[in-house]
Each structure stands twice: as C-alpha cells, then as structure tokens.
Design a protein around this ligand. Structure first.
Ligand code: AMP
Length: 283
C-alpha cells in the first residue's frame, strides 16, 4: 500500500493508473475508521481495479464550537486496517497542503444546491460549503472513476450528487448502505465519545427509525403522525435537533408521504451529536 501526502504525487499516481487502463474507486474519509468505512472500501474494490482512500479531517466543515480538535486521529490503526482491506493507495494531505495560505484573500468555495439548506444546513450553516469544497478538491487531487459515499450521511450524499450533476464532474457517485452494530446503532467515528450509559441510550435513534418504518409499512402516510412516532421514542436523547420525515429528493416537508421519503434524526446523547436515517419506499 502506498501513501501520498501531496496533491501532485497523488494525482500523478492516479493518472498513471488511468493510462494503464485501471479504474479507480475513491473513498473519502476523516479517519477513525470503522466497519462502515471498510464497507465502502470493499464496494470500491469490487467495482474498480484500485481503491484509493483519503484520510483528511477537513477543518472547513467544522464550526468554531465543534469537535475539530477532539476528533479522533488513530492514524497507525487506520493504516493497518486499510492495508488489511487491500487498499492500493492512501491520500493523507495536511491542512496546509489542502488549504495553502492566501494572504489577505478568501479562497474559492463551492456553493451547494438548495438541498443543503434544511436540516443540517439549519444547525450547521457552513458545514456543506466545507464538505462540497473539500470533496471537489479531493476529486481533483485523486481523479477517480467512482467515489463511494455512505447513506449514513444522507443529506451529504444528496449535496454531493447535486454537485456532481450541476458541475458536470466526471466522477460517478456510488451510494452505500448504512452499516450498523449488531444492536442497531449506526457506526460512526463519534460513537467512541459515548460512555457505556450513553452508548445504551444512543440506541433510541435506530429504535425510533424501526418504529417509524414499521408504521409506514402498516400504511401510515400522515407525516405529522410519523414524526410523532419518531419523537415519542427519542426521550432518551439529551436534545433533538430534528426528527423529521421529508421528501427523499428535495428533503423538504410534505403533509402526506405520496412518494419516496426519508426519516432523518440528529440528536445529542451527552455532548455527542449523532445522526441516523431510514429511507421509506412507497411501493
Ligand atoms: P466520515 O469519516 O465520517 O467523514 O465518513 C466517511 C464516509 O463513510 C462517508 O461517505 C460516510 O457516509 C461513510 N460512513 C460513515 N459511517 C458509515 C456507516 N455506518 N455506514 C456506511 N457508511 C458510513
């Protein structure tokens, strides 16, 4: 497994693979890797000749009060996991490499589509500008045929799909299913912040999504009633940013579920903010 810390060296390697007719699958991550990330790696390996994984804790997607400094960075463990998973190349840029100082200037950023505005956009206003910008920069640094993203970050996936469509990017996005712990908790690098008691309470997110999915399967289509089922099962959370059922494409509210929808939750357990979601498919 090769590691690259400069954009030039990473891009040269990718270009060489393309010249040799090998397809590349990119898996962008912020490290602290778990089986959710490794599932994306596996999907990339199945679909492409080579898998490139990036590890970069992107400062521009964190607000000043968020957990950038605390964010776990177990680099040696991460590299060992990627080596075992058979990844060919890892991109490990520094913040200076990705964001060179521009004296007295602000840098160019990506303005995401309106799908970035509700939900996370309300609670983390600059987050998706940071995400879209860094993903575009990663696509430029590691030009790939496919890029793999988890449905765990559902709104993020929508933002990236819209960016690829709207800016005519050549990389094809492959959405991957949410990987969960055996008891249902969606895997997340932030789960390691949870104490034992908080870990137990965190199960209410996936449980409430199970309940709403069950009600939906039984024929409930009234959004308010579906959302009250979600809320009723989130009392173990310390606070809830949102627990909603919205249109699958626009992420906007709708009174009745007439087309595909998604239930999305963002909530705090102790000081840890967790997100989870469940897609609701109309037959
Ligand atoms: P992160 O390191 O949290 O930025 O995540 C990197 C990628 O892994 C994103 O595309 C996430 O959606 C994806 N991911 C994170 N957790 C999971 C999970 N539990 N299942 C599937 N994909 C995930």
């Amino acid at each position: 497994m090769q590691t690259f810390s400069t954009i030039d060296s990473m891009r040269t390697w990718c270009r060489q693979q393309s010249l040799e007719q090998r397809t590349i699958g990119l898996v962008p991550t912020m490290g602290a890797l778990h089986d959710g990330h490794l599932f994306l790696v596996e999907a990339a390996k199945q679909r492409c000749d080579h898998c490139v994984t990036s590890i970069f804790v992107n400062p521009t997607q964190f607000a000043a009060h968020e957990d950038l400094d605390l964010y776990p960075r177990p680099l040696d463990e991460d590299l060992a996991k990627l080596e075992r998973a058979g990844v060919e190349a890892v991109f490990l840029p520094s913040a200076e490499e990705m964001y060179p100082q521009q004296e007295g200037q602000t840098a160019t950023t990506v303005q995401p589509s309106s799908v970035a505005l509700p939900l996370e956009g309300v609670h983390r206003p600059e987050h998706f500008v940071g995400v879209a910008t860094v993903v575009l920069k990663l696509f430029q640094a590691a030009p790939s045929d496919f890029a793999f993203f988890g449905r765990k970050d559902f709104q993020q996936l929508c933002v990236i799909e819209h960016m690829v469509r709207d800016l005519n990017l050549p990389t094809r996005i492959v959405p991957c299913e949410i990987v969960r712990e055996p008891d249902g908790l969606a895997m997340s690098s932030r789960n390691r912040y949870l104490s034992e008691g908080e870990r137990e309470r965190a199960l209410c997110l996936s449980r409430s999504l199970n309940k709403v999915e069950h009600a939906f399967r039984e024929g409930e289509r009234d959004t308010k009633r579906l959302e009250s089922i979600l809320a009723a099962h989130l009392s173990d959370c310390d606070s809830v940013d949102y627990a909603v059922v919205v249109d699958r494409e626009s992420l906007l509210p709708m009174p009745q579920v007439m087309q595909n929808a998604v239930a999305l939750i963002a909530a705090r357990i102790g000081s840890t903010r967790l997100i989870d979601n469940r897609e609701l498919q109309v037959d």
